[in-house]
Design a protein around this ligand. Structure first.
Ligand SMILES: Nc1ncnc2c1ncn2[C@@H]1O[C@H](COP(=O)(O)OP(=O)(O)OP(=O)(O)O)[C@@H](O)[C@H]1O
Ligand SMILES: [Mg+2]
Length: 375
């Protein structure tokens, strides 16, 4: 008769991996196969360092548990997988003892906690936005007045003194005051819990004006930048505020532009042609938890707008930070664009997702609810 414990271990939702005192894998249950994307056949008999070469810490903690009494328990570790992105896990180790108390191996228990992690990130982000709100309101108030004083004085000076070099300097003061003012205004946007005034609108019109603006700007500075459009002409109207959505897509397209320019600049030897593509289509495959009664199987149809670039991409460690206010990797960035975009899209009951491959490019996906159909 099969050992009943085997069935239990096999059917646990936690991944169970055990190794013998020589560190060879002796148990690799179904959940372990699922989580690591490795088959049991491949794993059994191998050592942990053979199988988890990208996560040497796993064989280290097993080794330490074998060597002494150390038991490990780690919340929020990262486990690399064969095909998919790394997973956030909790991991703990147990010593396995035989009938007469002798050490027969170590069991490693692994649990997928990525869902919990992403909820925590969401909470953290909300918290930071709320704090930033009060802080920004005060700061903006204190900064805006002296700033307009500085700008006014610089303009006055420039009118009184016609010297060319002098004017260059006063122009810098005026320009930089404007930039500061803009940052402060953007910060203020966080504080005002402005509910968007939503109307049915043609998102292609919003995108067209954003694209024209960025292309015009590129013409006058770094040269031509082609922004390709791949619109689904049958896309229904979305429900939203046109100025707020313009702000979102302007930031996304500008970020894409910055990323491709940076890639061109970094990769002088093998220049790639910079490419930014804006795609629209209907998406009904987006499963989310709906309030009860909204849709029986949790599916809802959204308009999906994708801004894709073949730029520098986002490093894995930065991916969770891009929506955090003031996070920027740019010399002149304020780091507010994505934070504002996140907030605006949330207020539109939409979603924003990022897929990025460092060195290859980024795709930002914005899901917006469709407008009420006119009948
Ligand atoms: N398409 C992209 N490709 C590569 N990195 C990106 C992309 N979009 C955003 N990022 C990263 O996210 C960071 C934050 O973006 P965000 O728009 O919030 O600020 P910023 O562009 O740095 O400054 P600002 O938009 O305020 O001028 C960027 O500095 C960059 O590192
Ligand atoms: Mg930006």
């Amino acid at each position: 008769m099969a050992n009943p414990y085997e069935d239990i271990i096999e059917n646990l939702t936690e991944a169970v991996i055990s190794v013998d005192p020589g560190s060879h894998i002796t148990v690799f249950n179904q959940a372990a196969e699922r989580l690591t994307e490795l088959s049991r056949k491949k794993a059994l008999g191998k050592t942990l360092s053979d199988i988890f070469s990208l996560d040497p810490w796993l064989s280290e903690i097993a080794g330490k548990t074998l060597a002494d009494e150390t038991l490990y328990s780690d919340y929020g570790a990262r486990l690399h997988r064969r095909f998919s992105a790394p997973l956030t896990i909790t991991v703990s180790t147990r010593r396995l003892l035989g009938g007469s108390g002798e050490l027969t191996g170590v069991a490693i228990l692994i649990k997928d906690v990525s869902a919990i992690k992403s909820i925590e990130n969401e909470e953290l982000r909300k918290d930071r936005l709320a704090h930033l709100g009060t802080f920004a309101a005060n700061l903006a108030h204190e900064v805006k007045n002296p700033l307009s004083g500085i700008k006014g004085a610089a303009q006055l000076l420039s009118r009184r003194n016609k010297d060319k070099d002098f004017k260059k300097l006063t122009d810098i003061i005026v320009k930089e005051s404007d930039r500061l003012n803009l940052i402060v205004c953007e910060m203020l946007d966080f504080t005002r819990a402005r509910k968007p005034v939503k109307r049915n609108l043609n998102i292609h019109k919003v995108l067209d004006s954003v694209i024209t603006l960025v292309e015009k700007e590129a013409e006058s500075t770094e040269g031509n930048l082609l922004i390709a459009k791949a619109y689904d002409p049958s896309l229904p109207e979305v429900s939203g505020s046109s100025p707020q959505l313009s702000q979102v897509f302007l930031n996304l397209v500008k970020n894409a532009r910055d990323a491709v320019l940076e890639a061109v600049y970094k990769d002088k030897k093998a220049p790639r042609s910079p490419r930014v593509t804006v795609t629209t289509r209907l998406s009904s495959d987006f499963k989310i938890k709906q309030p009860p009664g909204d849709d029986e199987n949790g599916k809802k149809t959204f308009a999906l707008i994708e801004v894709a670039d073949n730029g520098i991409g986002i490093a894995e460690k930065d991916l969770e930070e891009v929506f955090t206010p003031f996070f920027t990797t740019k010399r002149k960035g304020s780091g507010l664009g994505m934070g504002i975009s996140y907030k605006v899209i949330k207020e539109h009951s939409g979603y924003i997702k990022i897929v990025s491959r460092p060195g290859e490019g980024t795709k930002i996906m914005v899901y917006l609810p469709l407008g009420a159909s006119k009948k």
